[in-house]
Structures are given as structure tokens and as C-alpha cells.
Design a protein around this ligand. Structure first.
Ligand SMILES: Cc1cc2nc3c(=O)[nH]c(=O)nc-3n(C[C@H](O)[C@H](O)[C@H](O)COP(=O)(O)O)c2cc1C
Length: 366
């Protein structure tokens, strides 16, 4: 059988080996189909520079076929939480270089997730205490996570049309910086209610310019970003992450089927490395249709365990599977999936911020 252009041996589709088959995406040879999902851990240092301990954390997990890093802001304006790493300064590039070196020395592959949070921020996290920006001045329900604890979200400032080329340019520079830091590629974060997702969905995009209204217009900013980033680092090193029916960060859309079919078709014509989809409800959307619309390599994510992962690969409905929380508590997740070993449970109290505890101190099995 053939999956997204690469051949699986005849007998691979029917058993657990499907998870551990090497795969080539774009220029990258991956040693298995187990992806580490992007996870914000809020442990960057001063000036949002990744610390040496981040290199240790990712190195411990380098047996994944591919690591997608925690989201990394492309500019100071793109920041929405304390302690998240950036990819716009010399110091940040140097900090990330330690991470990519460590992962590569361990034989792993790693891409950087590029992030602009849009309205999911707070003046205390913005340059000069400015308002967060968004496609439209619509306040999200809930609270921003600031350095002094939760603070009610504020009404964001609507971006002017003339500001959008500057944001696209920030993505381009960030992608070039990622290349300089030694990453194997980048993943454009267009999921989970952050800026690009805010443009896609009509619950957050009420614009009347060329970036709002129709599905084509709402997809415009994402496609412009994909184009410049692809030109900067090569389309085969660019992935895109979507969460079509995710409600996180107060998101909704009146017709996600039509919107994301269009987005997936357009992305499918760009020669990208992959489409990474957070399937927040396994039965709430036609994920198979989304994969068909894209037509390329599809990474499935969302509460997958070994059985579901093997099933989704064997059916051809996905080409790789990303695991999030299981990778926090199990640095050797790939080995444990292989042997069927019990998985350790991760402590959610140490997910966001703190020190080595709950970060680099989960043991691998002997
Ligand atoms: C601690 C934590 C941080 C996360 N940070 C990000 C992130 O930076 N970018 C992103 O796209 N998703 C993020 N997610 C979502 C995960 O990538 C993943 O979609 C989610 O955990 C579901 O996969 P799982 O059930 O295998 O954990 C985060 C999830 C967790 C638990």
C-alpha cells in the first residue's frame, strides 16, 4: 500500500509495526511515526531565551520520529504567557541551537513551532503595555495567564490592514532564524485559538477587508504566511497545525467543514511537509475528508494511545501520530509503545513553569 507518496511494506499495515516504520517527509528521514506534540512548558529564562535544561528535556525525548517544540513567539507582540521562548533575537537563536545540537547528537529530528498569540495575551506581557492585537476587537471569555496570576482578558486592538505585511514578515524572519538555530523545519501554529486561527474562524474574525468575510478571505493571512515561510526555508520543511473544531481560547466557527476543507485544499497545493491536526473530538468532524482534501502527509493528534494510533495508521487515515501528555511523563515513549510497557502518568501541576521537577526528572525505563 501507499500512504502519502511513500511505500509501506506489504505486511506493515496490519500490525503494530506501522508505528515504528521509518518514513520520509520532504527532505527528512524519520526513524518512526511517533511524533512529540508541541507543548508549552514556560521555562524560558530572561529575555525569553531557552535555557540549557530545555536541551536536556528535548534530548531525553529524541527517539521520537519527530519532535515539534513548544510554541515559540515570532515577535515580542506574539507573546501571551510568562516564560515562553522566542525566536526573534540573537540570544534566543543561540539558546535554541543548544537544543537542536542535543537532539541531533541523539539522532533525532526537531522542528520549531512558530507562534503569534493574537488576542490571547495581556498588556502586562506586551511591549510598552500595549493592547494585544487580533483580527477584530472581540474579547475572549476567560483569563490571561500573567506573571502575577490570572487576569481578565482585555478587548484586543483590531489590526489595521497595513500592519499585516509586517506580521507576515515576522514569520519569515522567525523561520530563517529557526534555520540558523539548526532546526530541521518549522511548524506554523494555526491552531488552538491563536492569531492565525483567529483569522480563520468567523467567531473571532469580523473584518470587512480582504482578510475577513468569505472563507477565501479568512484563509488569506495563513496562506501568505505559508508562502513566505516556504520560500524562506523550503516548502518540504514546513508543516501547518490546525484544530478545526477546538473550542479552546473561546473559539468557534459557523461552518468548520467548509472553512477547513478550503484551507486543507489550498495547503495541499503547496508541497508542504505535513498537515498536523489536533482532533479534539474523534467523532465531531470528518477527519478522513480533511486528509483527502490536503492530499499529503497527515499527522493525527488528540488523546491517542497505542491501539488507536496503530488503528489510524493501518487504516491509512493518518501517516504519523503525535502524542502530547504521554511524552511529558515518558521520555522513552517510543520504547514503551514498542514493548507495551506501562506508561507513567504526568503531573499536571508542573506542566506550565517551574524547574527540572516534572520536566527532566521523569526516568526512562532501564
Ligand atoms: C502542557 C501542554 C502544553 C501545550 N502546548 C501547546 C503548544 O505550545 N502548541 C500547540 O499547538 N499545542 C499545545 N498543546 C496541545 C498538545 O500539542 C496536544 O494537542 C494535546 O495535548 C492533545 O494531545 P495528547 O492527548 O496526546 O496530549 C499543549 C498541551 C499540553 C498538555
Amino acid at each position: 500500500m501507499t500512504v502519502a507518496g511513500f511505500a509501506l511494506p506489504e505486511n506493515a499495515s496490519s500490525h503494530t509495526d506501522a508505528l515504528f516504520m521509518p518514513v520520509r517527509i520532504g527532505p527528512l528521514e524519520l526513524r518512526n511515526r511517533v511524533v512529540m506534540a508541541p507543548m508549552t512548558r514556560n521555562r524560558a529564562g530572561a529575555a525569553d531565551v531557552p535555557q540549557p535544561i530545555a536541551a536536556e528535556y528535548y534530548r531525553q525525548r529524541a527517539t521520537a520520529g519527530l519532535i515539534v517544540t513548544e510554541a515559540s513567539q515570532i515577535s515580542p507582540q506574539g507573546k501571551g504567557y510568562p516564560g515562553t521562548p522566542g525566536i526573534y533575537s540573537r540570544e534566543q537563536i543561540a539558546g535554541w541551537q543548544r537544543v537542536t545540537d542535543a537532539v541531533h547528537r541523539a539522532g533525532g529530528r526537531i522542528v520549531l513551532q512558530l507562534w503569534h498569540v493574537g488576542r490571547i495575551s495581556h498588556p502586562s506581557l506586551q511591549p510598552h503595555g500595549a493592547l494585544p492585537v487580533a483580527p477584530s476587537a472581540i474579547k475572549p471569555m476567560g483569563s490571561a495567564k500573567t506573571a502575577v496570576g490570572p487576569q481578565p482578558f482585555v478587548t484586543p486592538r483590531e489590526l489595521e490592514t497595513a500592519e499585516l505585511p509586517g506580521i507576515v514578515e515576522s514569520y519569515r524572519r522567525a523561520a530563517l532564524n529557526a534555520g540558523e538555530a539548526g532546526f530541521d523545519g518549522v511548524e506554523i501554529h494555526a491552531a488552538n485559538g491563536y492569531l492565525l486561527d483567529q483569522f480563520l474562524r468567523d467567531g473571532t474574525n469580523h473584518r470587512t477587508d480582504a482578510y475577513g468575510g468569505s472563507v477565501e478571505n479568512r484563509a488569506r493571512l495563513l496562506l501568505e504566511v505559508v508562502e513566505v515561510v516556504s520560500k524562506a526555508v523550503g516548502a518540504g520543511r514546513v508543516g501547518v497545525r490546525l484544530s478545526p473544531i477546538g473550542a479552546f481560547n473561546d473559539m468557534k466557527d459557523s461552518d468548520p467543514d467548509a472553512l477547513f476543507r478550503h484551507v486543507a485544499e489550498k495547503l495541499g497545493s503547496r508541497g508542504l511537509a505535513y498537515l498536523h491536526v489536533y482532533e479534539t473530538d474523534p467523532n465531531g468532524f470528518d477527519w478522513a475528508a480533511l486528509k483527502r482534501a490536503f492530499g499529503g502527509c497527515y499527522i493525527a493528534n488528540g488523546a491517542y494511545d497505542k491501539a488507536r494510533a496503530v488503528a489510524v495508521l493501518s487504516s491509512g487515515r493518518a501517516d504519523l501520530v503525535a502524542f502530547g501528555v504521554p511524552f511529558i511523563g515518558n521520555p522513552d515513549l517510543v520504547a514503551r509503545l514498542k514493548t507495551g510497557e506501562q506508561l507513567a502518568e504526568a503531573d499536571s501541576a508542573t506542566f506550565y513553569g517551574g524547574d527540572y521537577r516534572g520536566y527532566t526528572d521523569y526516568p526512562a525505563l532501564a
